[in-house]
Design a protein around this ligand. Structure first.
Ligand code: F6P
Length: 357
C-alpha cells in the first residue's frame, strides 16, 4: 500500500491535471494499492490539513482540462519559516500532517517558489517527488516545463491577431507577454508570431535602438511594426539601478507596465500611434496544447515509476530530449534564464529581429 499526498502550488498553468493523471494512471497500472490525499490550494492544504481523498474517477476526463482540480495558491517561501497569524509553525504543521496521515511521499507540482519549499521539506526528512510546471519555463534543471508550450501557443495567437490589424492601420503595436523575470515565453512567441522587435529581461534595451529599428522598417516600406515585450523587460538605464532604486521607480511610475512606458517613449520620439495589447492570464488558461498533454503525461508516468521504486528527493525533468531525475537541491533557488548570447538569440538576430541592444 502506498499513501501519496499531492498538491499543486503557485500560479496555475495548463497540463497540471494531465501531469497528476499521469502519476495516478501509472500507479494504478502497477496494481499497487494506492491512497491519494489531494491537498487543496497548494501548501495551504498541507499546512492546515485541508485535503480530499481522491480515487481514479477524480482523474478521469481531466487530460484536456486546464487549471488544477486541487486548486492552488501562492505560499511565499520567504514567509514559510514565519508563524502564521495564529502563531502556527507552518513547516512543523506540514510535517505533522504528513506523519499523521502516514504518507509515503508527497507529489508536488510547481515552479520556482514551490521548489524551494519542496526542497525544504526534503531537508526536513519528508519524501518528495516534484513535477516542473510553469508557463515561464524558468525552472533550473529542466529544458522544458509543462504549461510553457501551451502559453507560447496563446501568446503567438495574440501576436497573429495583432498582425492583421496592425497591418491594416499601419500602426506600431506592442504585445506584452508574461514570463515574470525571464524571456523564454516572449522569445518563443515573438519568433513564432513574426515579431519585428523582441524585448526580454535578459537583454536590456536602449529605447533609441528600438526607435531605430521601427524607423528602419518604415524606410524599407513596412507600414507597421510588432514588438513582443516581456512583462519583465528592462531598459539599459534601469538595469543600472540598484534593486531598491528600481522598485521605487516601479512604485512611482504612471504606467501600468513596462509596455506602456515603451509605447509612450516611442510615441514621443516618433510621433506615431502605438497600441498596447496585454493577453495577461489568458496565457495560463484553457486546455493544454497536445505537446503539453503528452509531455506532462510522460513526466507524471515517470514520477509514478519513481514512487513505486521509492526514489525520492527528485524533480522529474527533461534534458537533451530525455526524461531525467534532477536532485531537488540542484533545482531550488536557481532561475533558468535566456543567455543573451544563446544560439536562438543569434539566430533571431540573423532573421532581422531587433532586441533593442
Ligand atoms: O509564474 C507564472 C506567471 O504567470 C508569471 O508569468 C506572471 O508574472 C505571474 O505568474 C503572475 O502572477 P499572478 O497570477 O499571481 O498575478
Amino acid at each position: 500500500m502506498k499513501r501519496i499526498g499531492m498538491l499543486t502550488s503557485g500560479g496555475d498553468c495548463q497540463a497540471l491535471n494531465a501531469a497528476m493523471r499521469g502519476v495516478v494512471k501509472c500507479l494504478s497500472y502497477s496494481k499497487e494499492d494506492v491512497e491519494i490525499y489531494g491537498f487543496l490550494d497548494g501548501y495551504r492544504g498541507l499546512i492546515y490539513s485541508d485535503f480530499r481523498m481522491l480515487t481514479g474517477a477524480d482523474f478521469s476526463g481531466i487530460l484536456t482540462k486546464g487549471g488544477t482540480i486541487l486548486g492552488t495558491s501562492r505560499t511565499p517561501f520567504k514567509l514559510i519559516r514565519e508563524p502564521d497569524e495564529k502563531g502556527l509553525d507552518k513547516v512543523e504543521a506540514m510535517k505533522q500532517n504528513y506523519y499523521k496521515l502516514k504518507l509515503d511521499c508527497l507529489v508536488i507540482l510547481g515552479g520556482n517558489g514551490t521548489h524551494k519549499t519542496a526542497n525544504l521539506l526534503r531537508q526536513e526528512g519528508l519524501n518528495v517527488v516534484t513535477l516542473p510546471k510553469t508557463i515561464d519555463n524558468d525552472l533550473w534543471g529542466t529544458d522544458m516545463t509543462f504549461g510553457f508550450q501551451s502559453a507560447v501557443d496563446i501568446a503567438t495567437d495574440a501576436i497573429d491577431c495583432i498582425h492583421t490589424t496592425a497591418a491594416s492601420h499601419g500602426r506600431v503595436f506592442i504585445v506584452e507577454v508574461m514570463g515574470h523575470k525571464v524571456g523564454w515565453l516572449t522569445l518563443n512567441a515573438g519568433m513564432a508570431g513574426g515579431a519585428d522587435i523582441i524585448l526580454i529581461p535578459e537583454i536590456p534595451y536602449d529605447i533609441d535602438k528600438v526607435v531605430d529599428a521601427i524607423e528602419t522598417r518604415q524606410k524599407r516600406g513596412s507600414r507597421f511594426t510588432i514588438l513582443a515585450v516581456a512583462e519583465g523587460a528592462i531598459s539599459k538605464q534601469d538595469a543600472k539601478l540598484s534593486k531598491k532604486e528600481y522598485k521605487d521607480k516601479l512604485k512611482n511610475t504612471p504606467y501600468p507596465s513596462v509596455s506602456y512606458e515603451i509605447a509612450a517613449q516611442i510615441q514621443k520620439k516618433t510621433g506615431q500611434e502605438v497600441r498596447v495589447t496585454v493577453p495577461g492570464h489568458t496565457q495560463r488558461g484553457g486546455s493544454p496544447c497536445p505537446y503539453d498533454r503528452v509531455f506532462a503525461s510522460r513526466l507524471g508516468s515517470e514520477a509514478g515509476k519513481m514512487i513505486l521504486k521509492g526514489e525520492y528527493g527528485f524533480m522529474v525533468g527533461y534534458r537533451n530530449r530525455e526524461i531525467v531525475k534532477v536532485p531537488l537541491e540542484e533545482v531550488a533557488g536557481k532561475l533558468k534564464m535566456v543567455a543573451p548570447d544563446a544560439t536562438i538569440v543569434k539566430e533571431a538576430k540573423m532573421l532581422g529581429i531587433s532586441f533593442g541592444d
